[in-house]
Design a protein around this ligand. Sequence first.
Ligand code: T3D
Length: 258
Amino acid sequence: MSLIRYHEEQAVATLTLNRPESLHSLTGELMSQLMESLHKAGQNPDIRCIVLTATGKAFCAGQDLNEFDRVDEIDFEGTLKSRYEPLIQTMRSLSKPIVCGLNGVAAGAGASLALACDMIIASEDAYLTMAFVHIGLIPDGGSTWFLPRMTGYHRAMNLMMTGDKVTARQAHEWGWIYAVYPPDGFDDALHVMATKMSHMPTQALARIKQAVNASFQNTLEEQLMLERNLQTQAGKTKDFKEGVAAFREKRRPKFGGG
Ligand code: T3D
């Protein structure tokens, strides 16, 4: 069975987690299919935006706890190294925007997965929880790195230490989620946003992603140099020429992604 539904429509690839009976919890097989799908969308030059969402009422309940049947024998080191770390690194280094369609609960590594996306669009009834602590684990999948940067030390710390729920509305107020929609308007809103992103100057988006991700480690001097390099490259694209021409001709630009 396909645990990830892969669908391409025009310039958008939609990856839909499809294991609703256990709230799309993450098995080795599901994560391997997710990686394959990300690579497929990443390598197709016609795809200019990737959507990550799920079927039914949940987005993702994190690691499948049924894979933890023999708790004394769990190979955390191996699993994190071979599954979680490559997935998060791939998402952040892919040169295309990844929009999370947060249709429902995101718990544990499911929340990490959402936070690793470049934009989150949520249904009003979605929520996130750093549920790891409820089973005596620490947050992984990059969330100890993402959350303090997104939301400051104390809020990140408090959410990780309590595992309390954060509603989509609250996460929107805090700036984690870009827009929240009523459940019956969510699919359409997600589609509109993904289409909009797929019509943007794709190479500029890739360089914005590269610059912003690098900014977390760089000094100001290093970042200014990176901006200079990336801007020099952006200035050589067809989309830059089109953007300037459209401005001067007082019309809407038609970006082709080149
Ligand atoms: O090396 C490593 O692998 C370490 C990596 C760790 C990363 C992690 O993600 S650790 C954290 C793992 N996730 C959790 O602890 C969350 C567990 N789930 C929940 O707390 C709740 O299910 C939710 C808050 C997400 C949703 O609650 P609710 O009431 O809406 O749904 P439910 O009734 O609890 O769940 C529905 C079904 O999904 C249920 O199955 P059943 O009883 O109907 O047959 C439940 O067992 C199943 N399910 C939910 N989460 C998981 C799961 N099955 C396996 N693994 C899950 N994580």
